[in-house]
Design a protein around this ligand. Structure first.
Ligand SMILES: Nc1ncnc2c1ncn2[C@@H]1O[C@H](COP(=O)(O)OP(=O)(O)O)[C@@H](O)[C@H]1O
Ligand SMILES: [Mg+2]
Length: 219
């Protein structure tokens, strides 16, 4: 697939002829220098952007030709996404943040609360449920963001430099949360990361340069 940007008279080939197949419950780590197209590739797979040409199939759904409603449903039901800067809603507690995707799906408040508690407990955050983002460490905030991204049991969990803003102790805690998701085969994982530790835990490593996948290692 390709994703080219045009502007200011020049063309940027952000994703340039990438062809990959990722199996269910695989754990893929993606790396490469800044500007090589990692985030663009993630956005394409997440249905946040559309390819200039080519096809993207996720769990049988053809994202490149899906309408907005189908993409919204895909994102709501099948996808979990974690960003570098946590993006927790500051006026909500950890528990409420994690309940949010379920409420969006139309799950009742009681059931959402029960499942959000269960997911926070699963990631070792039970005692943090009533805390607000500013009362949590960076690593805890990112683990709450992971809980929010998996609470609705998505097929695919994507994270774009999830430890890019964390110290090494927090990186280790986030890393172990992601590893738990992978080991229990809760979702397919695609993680953009510069962390050697996280990449080492992946079952496959992809390296990008200039919009292309230039190296692939299975571990
Ligand atoms: N919305 C956009 N419009 C124009 N160019 C973009 C846009 N998004 C990304 N780019 C360009 O595409 C290339 C890849 O960017 P990106 O996917 O963010 O790389 P990475 O995540 O690896 O740092 C860069 O040259 C960037 O400037
Ligand atoms: Mg990026």
């Amino acid at each position: 697939m390709h994703r080219h940007y045009t502007g200011g008279g020049r063309e940027v080939r952000a994703v340039d002829g990438v062809s990959i197949a990722i199996a269910r419950n695989e754990f893929v780590a993606l790396n490469g220098p800044s500007g090589c197209g990692k985030s663009t590739l993630m956005h394409l797979i997440a249905g946040l952007d559309r390819p200039t040409s080519g096809q993207i199939l996720v769990n049988g759904l053809a994202l490149h030709q899906a309408d907005e409603k189908t993409i919204t449903n895909f994102r709501r039901n099948q996808l979990g996404i974690v960003f570098q800067f946590f993006n927790l809603l500051p006026t909500m507690s950890a528990l409420e943040n994690v309940m949010f995707p379920l409420l969006l799906q139309g799950v009742s408040r009681d059931e959402s609360e029960r499942r959000a508690c269960e997911t926070l407990t699963f990631l070792g955050l039970a005692e943090r449920a009533d805390h607000f983002a500013h009362q949590l460490s960076g690593g805890e905030q990112q683990r709450v963001a992971i809980a929010r991204a998996i609470v609705h049991r998505p097929h695919l969990l994507m994270a774009d430099e999830p430890t890019g803003n964390l110290d090494s102790a927090s990186t280790a805690s986030v890393m172990s949360a992601l590893q738990t998701v992978a080991e229990q085969k809760l979702a397919t994982l695609i993680i953009v990361t510069h962390s050697e530790e996280i990449a080492a835990a992946a079952s496959r490593r992809l390296s990008m340069r200039d919009g292309k996948i230039i190296d692939e290692t299975f571990t």
